[in-house]
Design a protein around this ligand. Structure first.
Ligand SMILES: CCCCCCCCCCCC(=O)O
Length: 284
């Protein structure tokens, strides 16, 4: 079993690999400049191990599935560790902690069919939750074991509905995205969730959200979109770290989060990790 605890802080910044090659292990985890340093080499080993633990589809040579371990992912990191975890199919790296208190619980991949023909990797994503906020659910769920909690529908409904700070970071893999295609994709996916939760597409709300993605905005490979539920059910959107708008709507927050952690999420294995991590946080 992989066990990672960092008694010290790494200073290695989050990696944005400009040319990820899923076939090359080295390209997944570090830059050549750092490779010479023994400490960085240690960090590389950590990243690879963590990426396996987070991964949904990477076979473990031992034949075991470490990501099925009862140990939660977040328990592997200290809040001060500037470490990253790598989505193994794309080489995209995610910081294990965001905004000081949001822990990375799972990483996944969004694929999409292009012209109904070929499936492309559009972006990798990381799901983060504020540790303190999730622990507020301990009073209600603390007496239920983590393994029972992960199948508890009420617990999950609370995660989607309660005022808990959660961030989903999307990091673009496909390099030729037009902003119109991004608006269209959000319109389709978020629109379907608005319909599911409210019985209507809520055109006006949907438009307010999609119009945050302006024509002049560029989203080359490596760009990030952070979708965060902030206090008061406010969806804050950042592109490459810069806020582009905030919309206060419980329905919109729930609809966006459902794409990544709902029952019909884009990457089922990523969702499993997130749910397991949340359940363990409540228990800790
Ligand atoms: C060519 C495909 C274009 C798809 C662009 C998707 C970019 C962000 C959309 C986020 C929501 C979603 O994944 O549906």
């Amino acid at each position: 079993m992989v066990s990672l605890r960092f008694p010290f802080s790494f200073s290695r910044p989050p990696i944005r690999n400009p040319n990820p090659n899923p076939k090359s292990k080295a390209s997944r985890s570090f830059s050549p400049a750092i490779a010479a340093a023994a400490a960085a080499a240690f960090g590389v080993g950590m990243s690879l191990a963590v990426s396996r633990k987070l991964s949904s589809n990477q076979p473990d040579p031992s034949g075991q599935k470490p990501w099925r371990s009862e140990a939660p992912l977040w328990a592997s990191f200290s809040l001060t560790a500037a470490e990253t975890s790598v989505e193994p199919r794309t080489g995209v790296a995610f910081p294990t902690v965001l905004d000081g208190s949001r822990r990375l619980l799972g990483i996944g991949l969004r694929k999409k069919n292009l012209f109904g023909l070929k499936s492309i990797d559009v972006y990798a994503f990381g799901v983060y939750a504020d540790e303190g906020d999730v622990k507020k659910l301990s009073e209600k769920y603390g007496s239920i074991s983590a393994s029972e909690l992960k199948d508890n529908k009420e617990f999950f409904a609370d995660i989607l509905d309660q005022d808990l700070r959660v961030t989903v970071r999307l990091q673009m893999v496909y390099g030729r995205l037009s902003i119109q295609s991004v608006r269209n994709a959000f319109e389709e996916s978020v629109g379907s969730r608005l319909q599911k939760f409210s019985g209507s597409k809520n055109e006006e709300l949907l438009k307010r959200f999609t119009s945050l993605f302006k024509d002049e905005q560029k989203l080359p490979r490596g760009s990030t979109i952070d979708l965060s539920r902030e206090e008061g059910h406010t969806l804050r959107t950042k592109i490459d770290g810069k806020e582009v708008g905030s919309i206060q709507s419980k329905l919109l927050c729930r609809s966006v989060l459902d794409l990544y952690i709902g029952e019909d999420s884009f990457d089922k294995a990523a969702r499993e990790n997130v749910v397991r991590g949340l359940a363990s946080l409540v228990q800790s």
